[in-house]
Design a protein around this ligand. Structure first.
Ligand SMILES: [Zn+2]
Length: 212
């Protein structure tokens, strides 16, 4: 899959349009003048993972006015994020077959107190502060039954495409699906970071207990 994006070379003043091939492990782009090598940072959702790149591609489709593709790619971004997260466990986490329980299970494993509590509390991990309350209120109204609302915003329209051949979606529907997918992506990554710190914290504690 290729992600289109634009670059500016400040050595020669060229505007470059490039397609980043996500199958390539080192997707640096060199300007034809040869003086500038661009390290690719793709969009706003992070360059380092397939789900992030898929969501970036979904954003480009939204800009192109392709609402159906935006919804499909947003759904794929969320589904692959779940699968990639499951691989962090040894052995890999066994996920339920359906999307909604998959979302709930990953979130519960990362943050046992649940999605709503994660959103409701401001978390500080080292110097990073995770605060999703404002975004959740804007996207979901009241931050309640979030997994269901994520499903409704992305997978209801996705299923209508796949199972009912519906291809007429408004910009509002596509924008909502993309925004919710990005919200979920950021939240799960934040949960992952939170969990990593908890594990470190606990292992330090047990170390001290052994010393005592
Ligand atoms: Zn140049």
């Amino acid at each position: 899959m290729k992600i289109p994006f634009d670059l500016f070379c400040d050595k020669c003043g060229r505007n470059l349009h490039a397609d980043l091939d996500i199958a390539s492990p080192n997707p640096d782009v060199v300007c034809p003048c040869g003086k500038t090598k661009f390290k690719c940072l793709v969009g706003s959702t992070g360059p380092d993972s397939f789900p992030g790149l898929v969501l970036d591609r979904a954003w480009h489709e939204l800009q192109n006015g392709d609402h159906t593709m935006t919804i499909l790619l947003s759904a794929i971004g969320v589904e692959t994020l779940l699968s990639v997260q499951a691989l962090r466990w040894t052995p890999p986490l066994d996920l339920p077959k359906d999307v909604l329980p998959r979302i709930s299970k990953i979130c519960r494993e990362l943050y046992p107190m649940g999605i709503e509590n994660f959103i409701g509390r401001e978390h500080q991990v080292s110097r990073l502060v995770f605060d999703f309350r404002g975004d959740a209120l804007r996207l979901f109204g009241h931050p309640r039954a979030i997994a269901r609302k994520i499903y409704d915003a992305i997978f209801e329209p996705r299923n209508a495409i796949v199972h009912s051949g519906k291809f007429t979606f408004s910009q509002g529907e596509a924008t909502k699906a993309w925004n919710v997918a990005v919200f979920f992506y950021r939240m799960v990554r934040a949960m992952g970071t939170w969990k990593d710190y908890q594990v470190d914290h606990e292992s330090l504690d047990s170390l001290f207990r052994k010393v005592e």
